[in-house]
Structure formats: structure tokens, C-alpha cells
Design a protein around this ligand. Structure first.
Ligand SMILES: C[S@@+](CC[C@H](N)C(=O)[O-])C[C@H]1O[C@@H](n2cnc3c(N)ncnc32)[C@H](O)[C@@H]1O
Length: 197
């Protein structure tokens, strides 16, 4: 029996469900969670019942590894410790989720741009990127410009209100410490046009 975190009342579940509404979810077989955790992994395993999931976490990130291994019991889940900025993923995926990972780039001494570029090198047919609209570490304008200039198409872009905003008191950016409240989430569903060629 598969054990997942119950995410049904969770805003992240609602965002995922709305953004993938028109997908043939049963046909999705290979999925990667680029920056995983028990919430995103549970949502992916729930909505893609026939998929195998590679859940990527930064090497030694036990904040995520232990909950992933303890809260989820599934033969479909492979937890992989790898620095996305220094790994070439050779496998082809149907779907890549990037859920609240971009804001953490600096936590592991990577820039936003470096992590974002490396994620977009993953050979996935579709990407779903979700992050906190107010997070000063996530450069949404840069992301949109990059997507427009490269071989990708934004299929859906939507801003969601967070019913339970959290306060982030000390986000370090260079020599500054900034604070913000997570009042909204931005979500982008992106097609990788280079996978059709
Ligand atoms: C805020 S957590 C994401 C939570 C998760 N998506 C969820 O919803 O439960 C950020 C994740 O990104 C991962 N991460 C950040 N930078 C990374 C990198 N360079 N390589 C691999 N994983 C990275 C962290 O290890 C962590 O798993």
C-alpha cells in the first residue's frame, strides 16, 4: 500500500490541480521533482498514478530527505541526492515540477540564474514552475524573458492568493537581509518545444 501525505486541503495541491487540469494525467510515466520535499512528491504521486518519480534533493539536505523517506512509502519514489547545478540528467522525463526550489538557490551558494538554467536543461516535455511571488530571490521577469527567448512556450501563467501567508524574516541577499510575506504564488506551465524535434 502506498503512503502519501494528505495534501487535499493544501493550496499547493489546488495550484497543481488547476495548472494540470487539461493533462492526460494517466499517460504521464516519468516525472522529476527538481527540488523535492514530502508535499511536492506526494502531490506528484497522487496526480500521476502511473508515474515513476525521481525526487531530487541537494546532497545531504536531511531537512527534506528524512521526511521524504518517512512520510512516503512508495515503490514509485526514488530519492536522488544531486546538485542540479553540477549534474547532467540524461534521462527523458514527461514532466518536471519545480516547486519552491528557485528561492532556495542561494541557500546552497548557487545563484538564481545558475539553478534556473540548469533546471531548464533537464530533458522534460513539460515544466511546472511554482514559487512565491514576493520572494526577492526569485526573478520572475528574468524567467519569463528566458522562456520567451529559448525553445519553450508558456502554456499557462497564473497568480494564486496564499490563504495562509507566512513571514520570512531574514532572507540574505549579498550583504542585505530582507524580509517578505508569502502572500501569493506564481505558477507557469511551460512546454519544452525542443522535445518535439
Ligand atoms: C523549499 S524546498 C522545496 C520543497 C518541496 N518542493 C515541497 O514542496 O515539499 C527546496 C528544495 O530544493 C532543493 N535544492 C535547492 N537547490 C538545489 C540544487 N542546487 N540541487 C538540488 N536540489 C536543490 C533542496 O534540497 C530542497 O529539496
Amino acid at each position: 500500500m502506498e503512503k502519501l501525505v494528505n495534501t487535499s486541503k493544501n493550496i499547493h495541491d489546488k495550484i497543481f490541480s488547476k495548472m494540470t487540469r487539461h493533462f492526460d494525467r494517466a499517460s504521464i510515466k516519468k516525472v522529476i521533482d527538481a527540488g523535492s520535499g514530502k508535499i511536492s512528491a506526494s502531490i506528484l504521486l497522487k496526480y500521476f498514478p502511473n508515474a515513476e518519480l525521481d525526487a531530487i534533493i541537494y546532497p545531504g539536505d536531511n531537512r527534506k530527505k528524512n521526511p521524504l523517506e518517512n512520510a512516503i512509502g512508495s515503490d514509485r519514489l526514488n530519492v536522488i541526492e544531486a546538485d542540479i547545478c553540477h549534474t547532467t540528467f540524461r534521462k527523458h522525463y514527461d514532466f518536471c515540477l519545480v516547486h519552491l526550489s528557485l528561492g532556495e538557490a542561494r541557500h546552497f551558494d548557487n545563484s538564481f540564474e545558475d539553478l534556473f538554467h540548469n533546471i531548464m536543461q533537464i530533458k522534460a516535455s513539460y515544466f511546472l514552475i511554482i514559487d512565491i511571488f514576493e520572494d526577492p530571490c526569485v526573478h520572475f521577469r528574468y524567467l519569463e524573458q528566458y522562456i520567451k527567448e529559448k525553445d519553450f512556450t508558456i502554456l499557462k501563467k497564473k497568480k494564486f492568493k496564499n490563504p495562509k501567508p507566512e513571514h520570512y524574516p531574514k532572507v540574505k541577499i549579498d550583504k542585505y537581509k530582507l524580509e517578505f510575506d508569502s502572500k501569493h504564488f506564481m505558477a507557469y506551465l511551460i512546454k519544452n518545444d525542443s522535445m518535439d524535434k
